[in-house]
Write a protein that binds this ligand. Sequence first.
Ligand code: COA
Length: 338
Amino acid sequence: MTPAAVLCGIGSCLPARRVGNDELAGVLDTSDEWIRSRTGIGGRHWADPDTATSDLAVGAGRRALASCAPEDRPGVDAVVVATTTPDRSCPATAPLVAARLGLGPVAAYDVAAVCTGFVYALASASGLIAAGIAERVLVIGADTFSSILDPADRTTSVIFGDGAGAVVLRAGHPDEPGALGAFDLGSDGDGYDLITVRGGGSEQHLSAAAPEPGRAYFTMDGKAVFRHAVERMSRSSRTVLDRAGWELSGLDWMVGHQANRRILDRLADDLGVPRERSVGNIAEVGNTSAASIPLALDDARGAGLLKPGDRVLLTAFGGGLTWGSATLTWPGPDRFVS
Ligand code: COA
């Protein structure tokens, strides 16, 4: 039997500083009313300049490892960090996170798929487990988008927040609660420019000769992204449910990428999933990119929403363009100690 990846630990970490809509309305031409009604966001957390993505990733990873039941606690064999805002463009952030968590000389690498990053990282970690390369993998989604936002751009500054979420996966049985089931992953590079940071890579060097800081900022075509997000997550959700042999009507929860409450509502309506079954925390944290799904899952767990054996659909969309979905049954009650 090919081993399945089974969720056995979860944790999250937010920077202390909360930035409310009114604070942004004090510096940008926007309002609490506009932000809430167009995005569903009431506030977000932004890291201070001394806090890097690895700090949030280590915080979430430590909590996820501590949440594992004693029998699931032996060390992990690999660390996968999904991020668009690594501490440095070279090397990857994951080896630093593994070292700071005291995990020893384990495999450690980053995955770059913007807001879809966590689902891509889950798929990669499941592959390591299915191939027998790893028994336990720590998967972290962590982003510090505040570090790449243009402070003068009201269309992006109001949307993004910082944070990290992590899960521990172990080798197990495909039928046991906690098992990840089917995956669907995809991309469309024709939408490469819709969500992007143009400067700082090999295409446009940020050099002393061309120091315009604007080129290092994140930009997004919000309207086009909105439309793609609904279409791609809807199609990917149907595909993954089909692969898992699950009916939409048998879903207990949908955890979609927390991009915009209106996107999530439109997606739920399109799939015929009751909106109250689409869980999330966008009102409190905004769009935290790769951290969005594990943060939302951890919040839903903390709120006691997820019951053992519940059928959960994860679906995400992001820059690239990329999208991805996965099915998960929620683990048994004895799996987490904290
Ligand atoms: N405050 C006030 N007004 C704003 C604003 C803000 N923060 N941002 C934009 N506006 C203005 C626009 O300038 C525009 O004004 P105009 O009509 O005078 O030109 C008006 O509001 C409507 O702008 P529009 O872009 O049509 O708004 P929208 O309803 O599409 O909402 C987004 C904008 C960005 C919230 C929305 O498109 C969105 O959420 N897109 C997806 C973003 C996303 O999820 N990205 C990550 C995906 S992984």
